[in-house]
Structure formats: C-alpha cells, structure tokens
Design a protein around this ligand. Structure first.
Ligand code: FAD
Length: 322
C-alpha cells in the first residue's frame, strides 16, 4: 500500500498534495498495490470526494480534537502510529515546509530514512530516487533502503493529479495516542491573507520585480499589470532586504517556489537562488536593460529596455486589447 500525506484547507486539497498524489498513483499502479491517503483537521471529511476521484481507496483521518491547527510533533507522532498499524510500502509527503516537518518527525520516531524533495522514483531493490539538494541547484541520485520508504516530493516536479471517475468513500478515523506535550509546538493564531489575494505559489501569472524596479513606489506599475492579468507580484531577495516588499512575496531558494503559466521578470538578474524558485514557470518574459543577464538567457521572451518604459507600454496594450 502507498500512503500519501495530504494537506488541505477546509477540505480543499492544496496543489502540492495533488502533485504528491500523482506520484502515489503511479507507484500504486504496480500489481497488488493500493493507494491510501491520510488527512487531519477541520474539513477532513470533505477530502474524501476529490481523493477517491484521484484513485485513493481509503482515506484515514488522524482524529484528535486538539488538531484544529498545524502541530508538527503531534502530527508526526500520529502519522508514525498510523504507519506502524498499516505497514505501507511507502509514505509520500509534500515538499512544503509542513509536509517536510511532519515526515521528518515520523521518520525520526520510526528510525527510518527519509528522502526529501524527490523528483523521480524507481522502485526496485533498493529503491532509486533522484532528489533536489541545495534548493534545487543540485540533483542527487540516491538509494532509499528500509522496510518502509519515506519521501517528500519536490514542489512542481509532478503535474497535479487529474481526477478520474470515483464515488466518495467515508473517511476512516484513526485515534492516535497523543499527550498535551506533543502539542507544545502548534499554530496559535493566523493572520488572514488580504481579501481576494492570489497566492504566489498558485498564481497563473506572476509579475516579478527586482532591484531594477528602484523603489517601493516603483512597484505600482507591477501591481497594476498583475491585477490586469489576474496574477500577483513576486520579488527578488534584494527587494525584501530593502524593505520594499514583504518576505511573503519573495521568489527563490529562501522564498516561494512558483509555477505560473507566465512569469514576467522585471529588473531581476536571474541569480541561481532566484531561479530555483522560478524554474517551474512555463514561460518567462524578461524585461531587463542587460541583454546578458542570466534571466534573459533563461527567458522564453525578452524585452531589452528600461522597465519603467516597457511596463506602461504593456499595460496600455493590454488595456487596448480589452
Ligand atoms: P540584481 O542582481 O542587482 O539585478 C538587478 C537587475 O535589474 C539587473 O539584471 C539589471 O540589469 C536590471 N535592471 C536594473 N535597472 C533596470 C531597469 N530600469 N529596467 C530593467 N532592468 C533593470 N535571491 C532571490 O531572489 N530569492 C531567494 O530566495 C534568494 N535566496 C538566497 C539565498 C542565499 C543563501 C543567498 C546567498 C542568496 C540568495 N538570494 C536570493 C540572493 C541572490 O543571490 C541575488 O542576490 C538576488 O536574487 C538578486 O536580486 P535582483 O535580481 O533583484 O538584483
């Protein structure tokens, strides 16, 4: 049995979990294998529909009334207990910070190896995996030994699972043996995102800004273009270090990994630490004064010029086309 650890928001699966399901489904296609999933928290029951439609045979819920918010130690312990009871061949988590944290706790409790940020899995004796290291700038070939293989999936290494026909199954509650001490690390409050804001990780269009934007005020044009295109703004680390934009908008190794259909990179040089966060963009339009900037060489399209001239022209053209 292949067990996939699913993150969801009130029952709606997140994109990275759908990507983990894709890998789970391909591994569960082996003769005699079954795909199962594990969820927790409010809205768990609502995950059954989309999970079953994605080929999941059984959905387990780590059920504890204290699990209303993320609590990594408690979840890692609960997951370890479920793994001991069910004995899966492999457990697949997402490459999100939360997914990695839960799997790491479970692995430590079970004394099992964990391969993080996997991009390819070749089952055999032992399993062979390709995994990202150093924020994705290095690919490592590794062997994954052990009676139960634990791994997390590198963000955007797989397409999200496409739903197939299926009927909703009941979520099976699993009551873990947890103490109050297991909840010493937990989320105690959340700051809601701006009303209607599009998450950087999920945006189909990202308008990126770097040092070339020149100032916090310079971002007005990027905001305008992002709104026009139904996207959001992402930035380089120089921009967050300068305090022009919050860290939540940073793209890259120490920021968010994005996978938009279009990344419009304005005044961003394309340093390796930035590109590891942007490499899953389907198309890149670079706007840069330097035709030799790495971003330009990575780009699908490039406009060589001052972004303060180019952006108003693009905005005017988009408005005219509407
Ligand atoms: P610059 O490299 O200074 O590039 C500015 C670009 O703007 C240049 O290409 C220039 O030609 C162009 N330009 C200037 N003026 C204009 C104009 N008027 N019109 C058009 N183009 C113009 N960086 C990240 O982004 N994300 C990360 O997560 C990240 N993590 C890091 C982690 C570590 C451990 C380290 C060491 C570094 C990390 N960095 C990260 C920093 C990274 O190495 C670069 O320093 C940073 O990405 C550069 O930002 P930039 O492209 O905005 O600035």
């Amino acid at each position: 049995m292949i067990l996939v650890v699913i993150e969801h928001e009130g029952g709606a699966l997140d994109r990275l979990s759908s990507e983990a399901l894709t890998l789970g489904r391909s591994l569960a296609a082996a003769p005699g294998e079954r795909l199962q999933a594990v969820v927790w928290g409010p809205g768990s029951a609502a995950t059954a529909g989309p999970l079953v439609a994605s080929g999941v045979a059984v959905v387990h819920e780590i059920a504890d009334p204290r699990l209303t918010e993320f609590a990594p130690e408690a979840l890692g312990k609960g997951l370890a207990q479920l793994i001991e009871r069910e004995g899966p061949v492999a457990v697949i988590g997402t490459g999100s910070e939360r997914g990695a944290e839960i799997l790491a706790h479970a692995a430590a409790r079970l004394g099992l190896p964990l391969a993080a940020n996997v991009t390819e899995v070749r089952p055999g004796q032992p399993w062979q995996v390709t995994r990202q290291r150093w924020g994705g700038s290095l690919l490592e070939e590794a062997r994954l030994d052990g009676p139960i293989r634990l791994l997390t999936v590198a963000p955007h290494a797989f397409e999200p699972a496409v739903a197939v026909a299926g009927s909703a199954a009941a979520v099976q509650a699993f009551a873990p043996d947890l103490t109050d001490g297991d909840f010493r690390v937990r989320i105690t409050s959340l700051v809601p995102a701006e009303e209607g804001a599009i998450s950087l990780a999920d945006a189909r269009v990202v308008v990126g800004g770097g040092r070339g934007v020149g100032s916090a005020e310079g971002f007005a044009q990027l905001d305008e273009l992002a709104t026009l295109l139904g996207g959001t703004v992402g930035v380089s680390r120089v921009v967050t270090s300068a305090g022009w934009r919050p860290h939540a908008q940073q793209v890259g190794q120490t920021g968010t990994r994005i996978a938009p259909d279009l990344y419009i990179a304005c005044g961003i040089s394309g340093a390796i630490q930035h590109m590891v966060g942007a490499r899953s963009a389907k198309a890149i339009l670079a706007i840069n004064t330097d035709r030799d900037a790495p971003m330009v060489t990575h780009a699908t399209y490039a406009v060589i010029g001052d972004l303060h001239t180019v952006l108003p022209a693009i905005i005017a053209a988009v408005r005219a086309a509407r």
